[in-house]
Design a protein around this ligand. Structure first.
Ligand SMILES: [Zn+2]
Length: 427
């Protein structure tokens, strides 16, 4: 038993915002009330004084790479989820581009078994849409659903053809699974390492235009219209893509999208010859970033997702052209979101909480709220705590982040999963 006292409970799913106590019993929330008399709670109950802190539903990350099986030098389910816990995440969805690819039930079961044995937070695997994510034939989607996947994707690239996407979406619809698309046109993307524009010209690096993403989103929305399956646009970076998602939503289509913290805080003007600024999709223009921030504030964007993509030092410490795409992201996500949305005055705190909780839950067809009987997953954070992120102190095995040394106002303070305190900030 755990009694969380005096925190400000912010629960967007119930439109609740006020000081309250929360009692956790076993793996569930037992009670939420303005004041719970500790003398009425069993004497063995632990207490957590959350005075001055926000008590939010447990954060969900829709998009991360845990690298296990196959690339354990970069990350494991254990180290990745420890980093996730430090970022306030209580559940993370891991992408299927492991080695082997998670395209069948035995890999899904392996991931869940490893998670049960080693993970600090819940791990919700995402299955490949096509066999080997090779874009030719369907993966074993139904068997993976039975084993525990929560969505399908060929992340790293889009589902190869409109015909295969149609097939995947028809299948996913019958299984009530969302299809997550890494939207990019391969022909426009070929050879690119950053966004095309004045910055790429100045650096002499091969760029790709915003249309690379939007062309694919347009295709995906058309197939969504045809199949009525749930479509989720991953790590969206361009204003034009957001407009397509907005239009799809206006038409009542089941289309959702996510944005990463690096895309709503950095732009292509920040790119230097340092592979910690190389990710896919690449950092976009200032106009794109402003559009994404507006979409996060007005509800057009459904979730903040990290796209935590760890890489070993050796693989990243090469010429910009040769380095793999991707940056780590669990531990800096909340600090960046508070800065860009709340402290800037762009969005109220409840909206930020929604983007980390009820929003991503909805994408997966789940709920996320603080109420009696719900899973006891909670994220406790401060909007004011001052701290500096040091990549060397990260729980992740990898250090490939452009935010090393960045100072923040606001931080995750404690992470509770299934009624257990899995991490607590010490300083
Ligand atoms: Zn991707």
């Amino acid at each position: 038993m755990l009694l969380i006292q005096n925190g400000r409970v912010v629960d967007p799913a119930r439109s609740f915002d006020g000081v309250a106590d929360v009692l956790l019993e076993g793996e569930r929330i037992a009670r939420v009330a303005p004041k719970i008399d500790p003398s009425l709670v069993a004497s063995g109950a632990d207490r957590f004084d959350a005075s001055g802190l926000i008590v939010a539903p447990g954060f969900i990350d829709l998009h991360c790479h845990l690298r296990e099986p196959g690339n354990e030098p970069a990350e494991t389910i254990e180290t990745g989820t420890r980093a996730a816990a430090r970022g306030g995440f209580t559940a993370v969805c891991c992408m299927p581009n492991t080695h082997p690819v998670n395209d069948n039930a035995s890999v899904t079961r392996f991931i869940l078994d490893r998670a049960a044995a080693t993970a600090a937070v819940r791990v919700w695997p995402i299955g490949a849409a096509s066999r080997g994510s090779a874009g030719e034939s369907l993966a074993e989607i139904a068997a993976m659903k039975d084993a525990g996947i929560v969505a399908v994707t060929d992340d790293g690239k889009p589902i190869a053809t409109a015909k295969l996407l149609r097939h995947v979406m028809e299948y996913a619809r019958s299984l009530d699974l969302p299809v997550i698309e890494h939207s990019e046109d391969a022909s426009l993307f070929a050879g690119a390492v950053m966004r095309e524009g004045p910055a790429s010209v100045r650096l002499g690096l091969h760029g790709m235009p915003a249309a690379t993403e939007a062309i694919c989103v347009a295709r995906d929305v058309q197939i969504c219209m045809l199949t009525r399956a749930r479509l989720h646009v991953a790590h969206m970076s361009a204003r034009e893509s957001l407009e397509l998602v907005r239009e799809a939503k206006r038409r009542g289509l089941p289309v959702t999208c996510e944005v990463t913290p690096h895309h709503f805080t950095l732009t292509d003007e920040d790119v230097v010859y340092d592979s910690r600024y190389k990710m896919n999709p690449p950092l976009a223009s200032r106009e794109d970033r402003e559009a994404l921030l507006a979409g996060l504030a007005d509800g057009s964007v459904d979730a903040i997702a990290t796209d935590h993509a760890p890489h070993t030092q050796a693989s990243k410490e090469v010429e910009f052209d040769r380095a793999p795409f991707g940056v780590t992201g669990f531990e800096t996500a909340l600090g960046l979101a508070l800065e860009a949305l709340v402290h800037s005055g762009r969005a109220p705190l409840a909206r930020l909480v929604e983007l980390f909780t009820a929003g991503p839950a909805r994408v997966l067809g789940k709920k996320r709220l603080i109420a009696e009987g719900e899973p006891a997953d909670l994220t406790l954070f401060s909007t004011e705590h001052r701290w500096t992120f040091r990549a060397a102190e990260s729980a992740s095995k990898s250090r490939n982040t452009p935010f090393d040394g960045r100072s923040f106002r606001g931080a995750p303070m404690a992470t509770i999963v299934a009624g257990r305190l899995v991490w607590r900030r010490e300083k």
